[in-house]
Each structure stands twice: as structure tokens, then as C-alpha cells.
Design a binder for this molecule. Structure first.
Ligand SMILES: Cc1ncc(COP(=O)(O)O)c(C=O)c1O
Length: 391
């Protein structure tokens, strides 16, 4: 007999991250003996630096086996505050830092706090798919912030402000951005923050997980540096991308005073605390040598060149220069394929895994995300194969 379970309707509204589905299909093809080059992946292809791994091993040997405070061990939260001061010159109270298992829990918690039917939550589109998924889950109305190729996929402050209403509860921003690599210039952020001073009921979630991944001498502009919104800013950052630690599951947020207890209660209800040894490894990451991060960025910068130049040489393809992260988001309209067709054909016919732009929202039609978290040689080989397909 088949069970007739009555799940909550909200469950059917929860979306997904199709990069994981592409990964599964690519792995299946590889298991069947196909030579698949994976440019669908959203994680650095480097190992976690050795001294960070050693710090976790030491923590385990030293007995870090039990629960920790739900918001993270105090020395780690202090290290986060010190790092934010070093990097952005921002004053952060370690008691406002909440350590969570990755970048995702913070966005989930923030959207849960503000999302309900009738509320509007603005999110980048194309953007990280989990934003819209969780907004839908809560029953709130997702209001897209359309990101355009013509402005380097940076958000335009005037268009964001034009969509703010009495019902807007939360605005999600992400720079440097996934999937586009877009970096929003300081002037637009200044303008947005000035405009938001008229809307004091609106919270801001700034996803700065790629804050260390910038090219051509660009400097990161953190929303932490805007005092007029600090009492309603949720800053999301973490270790996954910067230190190649996606599988360790650790990230953090800086919450405003009024929300930090709620965020900690969500941790208690959800996961109790982050794996103890991982927290000590994360502290070592912030306080130890940063040369592995620099070396990784040097490699990404070289691959970016190969990727962008290679894409621009393909027939029907045009690629804007990404300012950050490790993604290129070329326009493929000239090939005559939809984003999904391109994703499917690149994988099945050329053996190259990529992700359709529409996986990141409706405004991603006509684009495909290529990750360059793969060797220069593989990036070049992948582009050659796609060239042969399009040629
Ligand atoms: C913009 C953005 N935010 C957050 C995350 C989530 O990171 P984590 O793996 O730490 O949960 C990702 C991961 O791809 C991302 O691209």
C-alpha cells in the first residue's frame, strides 16, 4: 500500500540548486566511461590548505568532541570580528557573529525571519537559486532585481529603489555575484544605501561569500561600512570559497542587535552548533598564513583570461568580463539555443558540464554559467570541444 502523507503545501514550493543535478549527471556519464570536463561546479578545485586541516586534526586530538555554544566558540567569533576589521575596517561585536554550517543557513534563517504571505522580498535574478526557493517556501512574494549584462551584471540602485514598497521586508544583495561574476560599483551601493534611508523597515541581507575573490585590483565594498543601515544589515560570509572548505560546512553572519538572539535560537532549533573541530580549523584559516588564498586567486585570474577570451572567440557567444568569483556568464543567444538546450548539448555532445542561466532565475535565459574552478588545460579543452560543436 502506498502511504498517503499530507505534507505542508509549502514543501512543494521549495526549489533546488540545479548545479547539484548537473554534477550528478556529469558523474553518471563519467562513471560510464565518458571524459567529462566539469565546468558546472561551484567550488574551488584546490584542497583546503594544510595548516587548516592540521588545526582540525589537533582539535580532535585535544578533545573537541562535544557541543559548543550554538553561535560558535568565542575565540572563533572574536577571530571573525578581527578579520572583518582587518579587511573592511569595520567594528563588529563578536557577540553579533553567529557561526553556522555554511553560507546557506544564514540566507535560510534571514528569509524565514521576514517571509510570510503578503511580504515582499527582493532578490538578484539571475542569482543564487536558494534565495528565490526559500522566499517561495515562506509564501512571501519574490521581487526580482534584474541584473543586466550591459551593466556588468551589477545591480542598478535606482531600479532597486523603484521596486521598494510598504510591503518590502528584506532586500538580498550579492556582490561579487554567483552566477555572473558581476561586481557592483561603490557608487551604486552608496546610492542604494542613501535611498534606503527612506525605508527604515527594510532589512538587507548582503551575501559577501565571494568578498576575497576579485580581479584586476578591485577592492571589496562591504555593506558593513555603511553606518546608516548597520542596525538592519545581515552580513553573510564564510570559509567555503575563500579557503576551499565547501565540504567542511561552516560560514558566519554578522546580525544586527535586534536579530542576533533569534538567529541563535534558530541554530539551537536546527543544528545545535557547527562541528567543533571545524570551528577550530576555521579560526586557523583566519589567523594563519594567507598565501594559499593568494595562490588560488592567481590561478583563478589566469583561468579567467583563458575562459573569457576563449568564450568570446566562439561563434554566437559573447562574454562580459567577470569582476569577481570564479564564474563566466556568457550570452549564448547567437547560437540559436536556449540556455537549457545549450546546457544539455554541451554535456551530452561535448562532454562539458555547465549550468543553464535559467537555473538562476528567469532573467538567466540566453546565458550559461561556466565555472573556471578547473585547470587552465581543462578550460581550454572544454572550449575547444564546444567550439567544435558550435562550429
Ligand atoms: C552566492 C552564494 N552564497 C552562498 C553560497 C553557499 O555557500 P556554502 O557552501 O558555504 O553554504 C554559495 C555557494 O555556491 C553562493 O554562490
Amino acid at each position: 500500500m502506498t502511504a498517503r502523507l499530507q505534507t505542508a503545501p509549502s514543501l512543494a514550493r521549495l526549489g533546488t540548486e540545479s548545479a547539484f543535478e548537473v554534477l550528478a549527471r556529469a558523474q553518471k556519464l563519467a562513471a560510464e566511461g565518458r571524459d567529462v570536463i566539469n565546468l558546472g561546479i561551484g567550488q574551488p578545485d584546490f584542497p583546503t590548505p594544510e595548516h587548516i586541516v592540521e588545526a582540525a586534526v589537533k582539535a580532535l586530538r585535544d578533545g573537541a568532541h562535544g557541543y559548543t555554544p550554538a553561535n560558535g566558540v568565542p575565540p572563533l567569533r572574536e577571530a571573525v570580528a578581527a578579520d572583518l576589521h582587518r579587511r573592511h575596517g569595520a567594528e563588529v561585536d563578536p557577540d553579533h557573529v553567529v557561526v553556522v554550517p555554511g553560507g546557506k543557513p544564514t540566507m535560510f534563517f534571514a528569509v524565514l525571519m521576514f517571509g510570510e504571505p503578503g511580504a515582499e522580498i527582493m532578490h538578484p535574478n539571475p542569482g543564487f537559486p536558494i534565495y528565490e526557493s526559500v522566499i517561495d517556501f515562506t509564501g512571501a512574494t519574490p521581487v526580482p532585481i534584474e541584473l543586466r549584462e550591459a551593466s556588468g551584471f551589477a545591480f542598478d540602485a535606482d531600479s532597486v529603489l523603484a521596486k521598494v514598497t510598504e510591503r518590502t521586508r528584506l532586500i538580498i544583495l550579492n556582490s561579487p555575484a554567483n552566477p555572473t561574476g558581476g561586481v557592483t560599483p561603490k557608487a551604486e551601493i552608496d546610492k542604494l544605501v542613501a535611498g534606503l534611508e527612506r525605508w527604515p523597515q527594510v532589512a538587507i541581507l548582503s551575501d559577501e561569500i565571494y568578498s576575497r575573490m576579485l580581479y584586476d585590483g578591485r577592492e571589496h565594498v562591504s555593506l558593513l561600512n555603511y553606518p546608516s543601515i548597520r542596525d538592519r544589515l545581515i552580513l553573510l560570509d564564510g570559509w567555503s570559497k575563500t579557503y576551499a572548505m565547501t565540504g567542511w560546512r561552516i560560514g558566519f553572519a554578522v546580525w544586527p542587535e535586534s536579530l542576533v538572539d533569534a538567529a541563535t535560537r534558530l541554530c539551537v532549533n536546527d543544528h545545535s552548533c557547527v562541528n567543533a573541530a571545524t570551528q577550530w580549523a576555521a579560526k586557523a584559516a583566519l589567523e594563519g598564513p594567507q598565501d594559499a588564498v593568494d595562490a588560488m586567486m592567481t590561478a583563478f585570474a589566469r583561468r579567467r583570461r583563458v575562459m573569457v577570451d576563449g568564450l568570446n572567440a566562439l561563434p554566437g557567444v559573447r562574454c562580459a568580463e567577470p569582476g569577481g568569483a570564479f564564474y563566466a556568464f556568457p550570452n549564448i543567444e547567437g547560437t540559436g539555443m536556449t540556455a537549457r538546450e545549450a546546457q544539455d548539448r554541451f554535456l551530452s555532445e561535448a562532454g562539458v558540464a555547465t549550468v543553464a542561466g535559467t537555473s538562476f532565475g528567469a532573467f538567466g535565459e540566453g546565458y550559461v554559467r561556466f565555472s573556471y574552478a578547473n585547470s587552465e588545460e581543462n578550460v581550454a579543452r572544454a572550449l575547444e570541444r564546444i567550439g567544435a560543436l558550435l562550429g
